[in-house]
Every structure is written in structure tokens, then in C-alpha cells.
Design a protein around this ligand. Structure first.
Ligand SMILES: [Fe+2]
Length: 393
């Protein structure tokens, strides 16, 4: 046999083996944008696929007991099938309700001729040897206790993040807040997952939803424009109001920390006008029934307003502080400085601010009277503790 023929045969064999390899789930799934009736489930595969989620009641019944409704990602009625990135929004769920779920991806091998799709194998999360994945939607009514944890300024130190996660009892955690700078630079999808999302998936995010607040570093790098894919909040904006029972969490987007014209931003920054637009949104949000009826009100913003003299901080203070001072806010949670600090309410700011360190996890538990904060380091040592009395409106 001639060398050329042999080479061709080897190539053909390699190609056949590659084609025969099963499709794999490469990252996720993780949950975000949880509300009282919606949640987004996100994962990736190593090959383009038609993907869906099957949803079942969150009881102990076997997932195989019956067929379950399927949810797909669609655009104008057409199911998506050409991507390795899958984001399925589950809608019209019941508030405060537990659900079991299973993800599926059916490989799309090729498109033949004018429109025939050739499918390969299907991969799914395991419900045979493992319990199905589950989540609970946020409740509408008062909950006796609300527990969440907050991480910030991890800057892709995934080993540190994993240690901090080990000290956190996620089974008693209703949601997890990422308060900015979880990444240092957004370069590509692989680095985003490797930097911290893979750890989040392993430790909690398959079942405990993420509330994402963007930090200034998440505006940086060639892939920063794509971040909204991974946290698909409201139409590409990263500011959002969440309600967990009668607890309101306002997530703000701080933008960048230096003036927009700074050399570091390569002519791409337009955060002054973004923050102005956000302030108009905040003004409207503070008048909504959702906010007005809330018993507890927490603001999450990566850059604290109360400390610092860089442009981003000063601009946030100028735009947002008068609005927040005009209503009852119980607490603001921030990061960014890489050092723990506590700032009680004073004549300039009507609410306290806690700034979490870059190597600690902040745990928050809200009951009928208090907001209890515990800040714990990677060796599970208590760094700080606060009891903040909930004042009525
Ligand atoms: Fe920061």
C-alpha cells in the first residue's frame, strides 16, 4: 500500500472515531436570574446541539415515573440547534415551589441539503444513579428566614473560591450573590468557566441560583461584551431588582472606576451615561409596588459609595445616594477595596455599608427582626459579625 493511501486510511479512521465520540456536557449547568416564576439554566457542550430541560415536581417520585414537559431555547418560535452554549429560560413556574429538572443535549451532526438535520447522540444529566437536580423558585410571601452568601473579588482564584465554598452550607442558602470582580479580565469562555464558574457549578450553582452584580473588572477584556450571555438578566443590563418573599435585593452595576477617557479603557468606556440611565431606572424602581411593599431592602453594588475618591465612586455617590437616602434602605453590600470595612449610617448616608474582603465569604441571614452578617475566611475563622436591626418603613 502506498504511503499516501495509508495516510488517507488513518485520517479516515481518526475522523470516524472522532465522529463516533459521544457528545459531552463541558460546563454547567448553573442557575441564574431566579425570580418568583422564572429561572435560567445554562450549560455548554463540546458539539452543537438541540437542547432542552425537562421539569418535574420536586418530590421524591422517580424521574422515570412519567413523561415531563420540555423547555427549549427558541427565537421567534424556532428551537436553537447550532450552538454549543445552551441557555434555557423556564417560565410560568409557581412561586416558592420546589422542582426537579434534567438537562438534555442532542448533537446536531450536520445539515444536509436545504434543511434536513442529521442528529447524533443525546447526553443528559444523570437521574439513574443520582438524584435529579432541583431548585426552588423564590417565594412571594414572607419567609421566616432568608439566607444568602456573597462572594466578591475572587479574580479567578478558583482554589481560594473553592476553599471559601467548603465553609458554606449551601443546603441552607436560598441564593448566592456574586458581587463583582469574580473575573479579572474576560478573554474567552474557557477562562470564564475555569476562573470560577466551574467551581460554582461543582459546589452549589446546579441547585442554588446566582444573583450576579458586575464589577469594574468584568468590563475589561475582548470577551467582556459576551458576559450578558452567561448572566442573561434583563436585556443585557446588569442592574436588577429581585424579590425573595418580602426581602428586596437591588443589584446595581457600578460601571468602571476611573473616568471613561482613561487610557486603560482603550476608548471603549461609556459608563457615565450608562450609570445615568441606571439612575433613571433606580428612581422608577423605588416607586414600584414591589419595592414599596418590601419589609427588608438590601442594595448590592461592587464599588461602595461611602468610601473612595475615584471617579466611578464619586459618580455613583452623586447619582445613587440621594435616591437611596430618600427611602428606607437596611443595608448596602460592596467589595472592590479588597479589605473589610464597616460604615454605619450617618448624616450623609442613611444606611450602613459593609465592604467584604477579597478573601472572605459574607453570610447573611434575615429573620423577622434582624439582618445577621457573618464574615468568614478560608480557614473558617470569623472575621466580623454584625446584627442590623430591621427598621420598619
Ligand atoms: Fe473592583
Amino acid at each position: 500500500m502506498k504511503i499516501k493511501q495509508l495516510f488517507f486510511l488513518i485520517c479516515l479512521q481518526c475522523f470516524t472515531v472522532l465522529m463516533a465520540q459521544d457528545i459531552k456536557i463541558t460546563h454547567g449547568p448553573y442557575l441564574c436570574n431566579m425570580t418568583q416564576d422564572e429561572v435560567s439554566v445554562i450549560w455548554t457542550t463540546d458539539k452543537p446541539a438541540l437542547s432542552w430541560v425537562e421539569l418535574a415536581p420536586g418530590d421524591n417520585q422517580s424521574f422515570y415515573a412519567t413523561e415531563h414537559p420540555r423547555y427549549y431555547e427558541t427565537i421567534a418560535g424556532r428551537r436553537l440547534s447550532t450552538s454549543t452554549f445552551h441557555c434555557i429560560k423556564l417560565k410560568n413556574l409557581k412561586p416558592g415551589t420546589r422542582y426537579n429538572y434534567r438537562i438534555f443535549s442532542k448533537e446536531v451532526r450536520s445539515w444536509e441539503g436545504s434543511g434536513k438535520v442529521l442528529y447524533g447522540n443525546t447526553v443528559a444529566s444523570n437521574v439513574f444513579r443520582k438524584k435529579p437536580l432541583s431548585f426552588s423558585t423564590f417565594p412571594c410571601n414572607y419567609a421566616d428566614t432568608v439566607s444568602f452568601v456573597m462572594f466578591n473579588d475572587i479574580h479567578e482564584r478558583y482554589e481560594l473560591f473553592e476553599k471559601l465554598c467548603k465553609n458554606t452550607g449551601f443546603n441552607k442558602t436560598d441564593f448566592v450573590v456574586f458581587n463583582g470582580d469574580m473575573s479579572s479580565y474576560l478573554v474567552d469562555e474557557a477562562r470564564l468557566f475555569h476562573g470560577y464558574i466551574d467551581v460554582a457549578v461543582k459546589e452549589f450553582a446546579k441547585e442554588t441560583p446566582i444573583l450576579f452584580a458586575k464589577g469594574n473588572h468584568e468590563n475589561r477584556g475582548v470577551y467582556a461584551d459576551k458576559l450578558c450571555k452567561y448572566y442573561p438578566a434583563s436585556e443585557g443590563r446588569f442592574y436588577q431588582l429581585y424579590k425573595y418573599g418580602d426581602v428586596c435585593v437591588i443589584v446595581l452595576d457600578c460601571g468602571e472606576d476611573k473616568p471613561d477617557s482613561d487610557i486603560e479603557y482603550a476608548g471603549l468606556a461609556n459608563y457615565d451615561s450608562y450609570r445615568e440611565e441606571e439612575a433613571r431606572w433606580l428612581g422608577q424602581v423605588l416607586e414600584t409596588k414591589e419595592f414599596v411593599d418590601s419589609r427588608v431592602r438590601i442594595v448590592v453594588c461592587h464599588i461602595p459609595f461611602i468610601t473612595g475618591d475615584w471617579h466611578g465612586c464619586l459618580h455613583l455617590k452623586k447619582l445613587f445616594l440621594p435616591l437611596l437616602n430618600s427611602v428606607k434602605i437596611d443595608l448596602m453590600l460592596s467589595g472592590h477595596t479588597h479589605a473589610y470595612s464597616f460604615h454605619p449610617a450617618d448624616a450623609h448616608c442613611s444606611f450602613p455599608t459593609i465592604v467584604n474582603d477579597d478573601e472572605t465569604v459574607l453570610k447573611c441571614e434575615i429573620d423577622s427582626e434582624n439582618i445577621k452578617i457573618r464574615i468568614v475566611d478560608q480557614d473558617n475563622r470569623l472575621v466580623a459579625e454584625h446584627f442590623i436591626k430591621i427598621i420598619s418603613k
